[in-house]
Design a protein around this ligand. Structure first.
Ligand code: 5GP
Ligand code: MG
Length: 489
């Protein structure tokens, strides 16, 4: 494949949801389907489930939302008490079924199905090498690369060694649900970049991107899968075995999962996302609180931040009112799906409408989790002013996003990121707010009760925990050398 290694970086990244289940004597398809519903926020482009009945695989993968992708008959057709599922995040322009998952492959020693959340930064090198050895690829995604690499290793090694070998070759972020014949596995990359948890249900065990998926099927969260760990669910639903296959000194958990991406009712790496967001809101008040008549969130992503912010303000003696000053039309999809700037602006207006009485003649603090392109803030400041707000002060629950994400969150390129070349003052001018403040990186680490060095802060520092072409790293890390890959061109 030509294009060189940098070609990796232009590929759409995938932030997705994965799930796997191994139950005793009951089909896995329905609980998997409900779990995917619970993970719908992690991907709306396609949904799929692959099960295994002890003899063969059954697969149903469709474009669209979970509720549209599956009918009763489709679920009934998915026989077997072992299975995995996937929801895929839409990436601008690409609506390609070849990238929908779970990805399946049959080979000499069995069948494999694979669901991936994350993004590899060395998949082209491995693809080159495997293509040179005769592997035929049907998509340009990195998930297929993992599947082929694992299939190849399984010809020579037992399951656990084969997974370890693949983990030592792939570089980047991955939370995986894998099914080898009817054995379901969960794997989390050595930096723990994307979340993955183990859950227990009445008659078996599951792995899932978020604990909310386990709640939905009346299960109990057991614990997070550890960075670099392999979890093997026993096919009879009796338990699971774990293997620490790769160890690193430092983790690189994505802070943005906590700020924006994950559901507030999920517990990730030991913290309830809702509480983290409220704590971030409290820190936002401590760092840059401003007295206004009213504090309001941008729904829904700013809600927990605004409630923490207002609570901390009131504890400090402020008589600021906390109000829902804006209503959201829940039938409008996420604004990022819109391909053009014009459509994105229109979508914000479709999606959010102010409640005039809360803002008219008043000073307002508007709180959101993040600013990416600046579209939402620009539109909302204008909207509130049009409704008679006297002043609009923006407070943001994350640091300025200055660089793209290569790790699986669909973040724009540098050129589109408003903070990539603008100071906070310039952004304030651009969005026409009376004041603007972001949260510090230190506040993020404190709220997550961790060190900055154990987080992936790539999008707010421009330094990544992985070896990415043409980018800086924040640690001593080099990608594995893949013998036989064609050189950089
Ligand atoms: P902006 O309008 O500045 O481009 O984007 C900021 C808004 O998008 C915020 O309200 C935030 O909640 C949301 N947002 C942040 N990151 C993402 C993302 O990766 N995908 C989507 N769909 N929305 C995001
Ligand atoms: Mg938002």
């Amino acid at each position: 494949m030509s294009g060189g290694r940098a070609g990796n970086l232009e590929k759409p990244t995938e932030k997705c949801g994965v799930v796997g289940a191994s139950l005793a004597g009951r089909d896995a398809a329905r609980p998997l389907y409900y779990s995917l519903y619970a993970l719908q926020h992690r991907g709306q482009e396609s949904a799929g489930i692959v099960t295994h009945d002890g003899f063969q695989q059954h697969s149903h993968v469709e474009m669209g939302l979970v509720g549209d992708a599956f009918g009763e008959d489709d679920i009934d057709g998915l026989a077997g008490s072992a299975g995995i599922g996937h929801v895929r995040y839409p990436t601008a322009g690409s609506v390609d079924k070849s990238c929908a998952q779970p990805f399946t492959v049959s080979f000499k020693s069995g069948s494999l199905a694979l669901s991936h959340n994350g993004n590899l930064v060395n998949s082209d090198e491995i693809r080159d090498e495997l293509a040179g050895k005769g592997h035929a690829f049907t998509s340009d995604g990195d998930t297929e690369v993992i599947a082929h690499d694992l299939a190849r290793n399984l010809l020579e090694e037992d399951l656990i060694r084969a997974v370890k070998r693949t983990m030592n070759r792939i570089h980047g972020s991955y939370s995986l649900a894998i099914m080898h014949d009817d054995t379901v596995l969960g794997v989390r990359d050595p930096e723990g970049n994307r979340p993955l948890v183990i859950g227990e249900v009445e008659d078996g065990y599951v792995v899932a991107s978020e604990s909310a998926a386990i709640d939905t099927i009346d299960g109990e969260l057991v614990r997070d899968v550890r960075p670099g760990e392999l979890v093997v669910l026993q096919p009879d639903g009796e338990g699971f075995d774990t293997y620490q296959l790769v160890e690193r000194e430092r983790t690189a958990h994505c802070f943005f999962e906590h700020v924006y991406f994950a559901r507030p009712d999920s517990v990730i790496d030991g913290s309830l996302v809702y509480e983290v967001r409220r704590e971030l809101g409290r820190k936002l008040w401590e760092e840059s609180g401003i007295e206004t008549d009213v504090v309001m969130p941008v729904p829904d992503s700013g809600r927990a931040f605004a409630s923490g912010y207002a609570e901390a303000a009131q504890e400090d003696g402020s008589d600021v009112e906390f109000a829902e000053g804006m209503m959201k039309n829940r039938y409008v999809g996420r604004t990022f799906i819109m391909p053009t700037q014009d459509e994105r602006e229109r979508a914000v207006r479709l999606k959010l409408n102010p409640i005039k009485s809360t803002v008219e003649g008043r000073t307002v603090t508007l709180i959101d989790d993040s600013i990416v392109r600046g579209t939402t803030s620009t539109q909302l400041v204008q909207l509130l002013k049009d409704c008679g707000a006297e002043e609009v002060h923006m407070r943001i629950g994350a640091p300025p996003i200055v660089a793209p994400c290569y790790m699986g969150i669909n973040m724009a390129t540098r050129g589109e990121l408003i903070a990539s070349d603008k100071s906070v003052g310039d952004i304030r001018d651009a969005i026409d707010a009376d004041s603007l403040a972001y949260l510090s990186k230190e506040a993020i680490a404190e709220s997550l009760e961790t060190e900055k060095g154990d987080l992936c802060l790539g999008c707010v520092t421009g330094e990544y925990p992985y070896d990415i072409d043409d980018e800086e790293t924040d640690r001593d890390v080099t990608r594995p050398v893949i013998e036989g890959a064609s050189s950089d061109d």
